[in-house]
Design a protein around this ligand. Structure first.
Ligand code: UN1
Length: 504
C-alpha cells in the first residue's frame, strides 16, 4: 500500500473494464490530508462524460454474465473481499485517517463496518430470494424472486469512505448488478483500495467500475445516463434533490440518504453523566461529520444547569489533532471549504443571539494551523426555529435547547425537515417507549447517542432525510433488485384466474 513513487504522490486512474485508465481529458485533481494540507495523497483522474460513458458501457457488457453466475458464487467473491479487508484493516484504517481525518480508532471502526457488511452479504448469498405463494387454481405454482436491476450507479460521501461504499456495493453486486462507483472527491484513494480488493477477490472485469472526479463533472452524467437503471446516493440534501429531479424525469429508481439534524433528548430523570458521554460522542465523534451526528441537545429545564456544567467540564478536556496520534480525541474537518461553512454557522448562531458557551473558532494554533481544525463548539439558549437548530452543519457544533417537559422535548426534536436519528435519555421505561412511539425518525435510540448504527439493521430516515429507502439490514436488497412474479400452469389446459376457480 505505497502511495508514493520516489517520494512523489502517485497518479491514479479510473477502473474501467478491469483496467486502470487515465481520464480521457487527461485532467487530475489531488486528495489532501485534512490534518496537514501540504500532504498530497495522490493525483486522481478528473473524469467527465466520456469516462462515465466508458464505465457504463463496460458495466452493461459485464452485467449479463455476472447475473448468470450463481448467487452463492457471487457471494464467494464478496466473502473473499471481506477477508482481504480484514487482513488489511490496519493499513486501510491508517490510509483513511490520512485521507479523511477521522481518528484511527474510528477509522478502524469504519473499515470494520465494511467488513461486517461483506460478511453479512456473503451469508445472504445462500439465503432465500423469494417466496412460494399458493395459487387459487389447481396444478399451478406461483413464486416470486428478486432479480437484479441491471447497471447501478453508486455515489458515495467522504465521511465513511469504506463503510458507505460497502453498504451499497456489497448488496448491489451480490444481487447480480454491475456497478459504476463515483466516490467523493475528498476520499478517492480509499475507494480505489476497495475496488482493488474486490478485483483481487475475483470480481470479473467490468462488474465494478470506478470513476473519480467532481460531482458536476462525473456524478451528473452517471445520474443522467440512460443505461444506468438505478442511482444510490448518500450526501447533501441540495445535491440529493437535484439527483431526484433528474431521476424523476428519466423514470429511474433512486435511493437517497440526505443527512439529518439529529437530537438527543435529555429527560428530567436521565442519568446525566451517561447523557453527557452520549452528547460528546454523538456530537464530536468524527468531528460531527456523520449524517447521524448529534447536533441538538434538547434538555429538560429542571436538569439543564447541571447537564451543561458537566458537559462543559468534559469538552474542555477534548484534544484536537492528527487522528494518527493516539492522544487525539477530535480530528480535522474534511476541507477548507467545509471549515469555512462550519465557522459561518457560528456567525449565524451569534447573530441570532444564541449564547456561545465554548469554541466558535478555527483552531490554528501551532501545528493545527496546517490542517482544517475547528474547536468543539457549543451554543446554548438556542430556540428551535434558529438556523443552527434547523440546518445540517456537518461539523463539531452542538446546540443546547431547553424543554419544558418530555412532550415539549419530543415536539422540538421532531420540528425539523429531517428525520434520520433521534435519541432519548431516561431511566423510566414507560417514558422511553412513550418517546420512541412519537419520535419521527428512521432510527431511534434509548440511552445511547444518535450514532452507532449496526449493519444488520436497516439504515435510513424519514421526511427530508430520504425517499423511503433503507440501506443494509434485511432491507439491503430493496434498493438493488426488482421483483419478478412467476406463474407456472402445469394443468395442460387454459385456466382463467378469478373465473375458473371452483367456488366461482
Ligand atoms: C453516516 O453518518 O453517514 O450510525 C453513516 C453510525 C455509523 C454510520 C453513519 N454506523 O453512526
Amino acid at each position: 500500500m505505497e502511495h508514493r513513487e520516489n517520494g512523489e504522490p502517485r497518479t491514479y486512474g479510473n477502473l474501467i473494464a478491469g483496467e486502470w485508465r487515465a481520464a480521457r481529458g487527461g485532467g487530475t485533481f489531488d486528495s489532501l490530508n485534512p490534518a496537514r494540507r501540504s500532504e498530497v495523497l495522490g493525483h486522481f483522474a478528473r473524469s467527465g462524460e466520456l469516462d462515465v460513458e466508458d464505465a457504463v458501457s463496460a458495466a452493461v457488457a459485464a452485467q449479463p454474465g455476472w447475473q448468470r453466475t450463481p448467487m452463492p458464487l457471487r457471494a464467494e467473491v464478496i466473502a473473499r473481499a471481506g477477508r482481504l479487508m480484514e487482513e488489511r484493516k490496519e493499513e486501510l484504517a491508517r490510509l483513511m485517517t490520512r485521507e479523511m481525518g477521522k481518528v484511527l480508532t474510528e477509522a478502524r471502526g469504519d473499515v470494520q463496518e465494511g467488513i461486517d457488511m461483506a460478511k453479512y452479504m456473503a451469508g445472504q448469498g445462500r439465503m432465500p430470494v423469494g417466496e412460494v405463494v399458493p395459487s387459487e387454481l389447481r396444478d399451478k405454482r406461483c413464486f416470486t424472486e428478486r432479480v437484479p436491476i441491471g447497471v447501478v450507479g453508486c455515489i458515495t460521501p467522504w465521511n465513511f469512505p469504506m463503510a458507505i461504499p460497502c453498504w451499497k456495493l456489497m448488496p448491489a453486486l451480490l444481487a447480480g448488478n454491475a456497478v459504476v462507483l463515483k466516490p467523493a472527491e475528498d476520499t478517492p484513494l480509499v475507494a480505489i483500495r476497495l475496488a482493488e480488493i474486490l478485483t483481487e477477490a475475483g470480481l470479473p472485469e467490468g462488474v465494478l467500475n470506478l470513476v473519480t472526479g467532481l460531482g458536476e463533472e462525473a456524478g451528473a452524467p452517471l445520474v443522467a445516463h440512460p443505461r444506468v437503471r438505478a442511482i444510490s446516493f448518500t450526501g447533501s440534501m441540495e445535491v440529493g434533490n437535484q439527483i431526484a429531479a433528474t431521476c424523476g424525469k428519466l423514470g429511474k429508481r433512486v435511493s437517497l440518504e440526505l443527512g439529518g439534524k439529529n437530537a438527543i433528548v435529555v429527560g428530567a430523570d436521565a442519568d446525566l453523566e451517561l447523557a453527557v458521554d452520549g452528547a460528546l460522542w454523538g456530537g464530536f465523534g468524527t468531528t460531527g461529520q456523520r449524517c447521524t451526528a448529534t447536533s441538538r441537545l434538547i434538555v429538560d429545564q429542571s436538569v439543564l444547569g447541571d447537564f451543561q456544567e458537566r458537559l462543559l467540564g468534559r469538552v474542555a478536556r477534548l484534544r484536537l489533532g492528527d487522528g494518527l496520534d493516539p492522544a487525539t480525541d477530535v480530528g480535522p474537518v474534511i476541507n477548507a471549504k467545509q471549515l469555512r461553512r462550519v465557522h459561518s454557522y457560528t456567525e449565524i448562531g451569534r447573530q441570532a443571539s444564541a449564547r456561545l458557551l465554548v469554541g466558535g473558532k478555527v483552531a490554528d494554533e501551532g501545528e493545527l494551523g496546517e490542517g482544517n481544525f475547528y474547536w468543539p463548539t457549543i451554543f446554548t439558549d438556542v430556540r428551535p426555529e434558529m438556523r443552527i437548530a434547523q440546518e445540517e452543519i456537518f461539523g463539531p457544533t452542538l446546540s443546547v435547547l431547553p424543554a419544558q417537559d418530555l412532550a415539549d422535548a419530543v415536539r422540538i426534536a421532531n420540528g425539523t425537515r429531517y428525520g434520520l436519528s433521534l435519541s432519548v435519555y431516561t431511566k423510566d421505561i414507560s417514558r422511553a417507549l412513550w418517546a420512541v412511539d412519537r419520535l419521527e425518525a428512521g432510527i431511534v435510540y434509548v440511552n445511547a447517542p444518535t450514532i452507532g448504527a449496526e449493519i444488520q439493521l436497516p439504515f435510513g430516515g424519514v421526511k427530508g432525510t430520504g425517499n423511503g429507502h433503507r440501506e443494509a439490514g434485511s432491507t439491503a436488497f430493496d434498493e438493488f433488485t426488482e421483483w419478478k412474479t412467476v406463474y407456472i400452469d402445469y394443468s395442460g389446459r387454459l385456466q382463467r384466474a378469478q373465473i375458473d376457480t371452483e367456488q366461482g
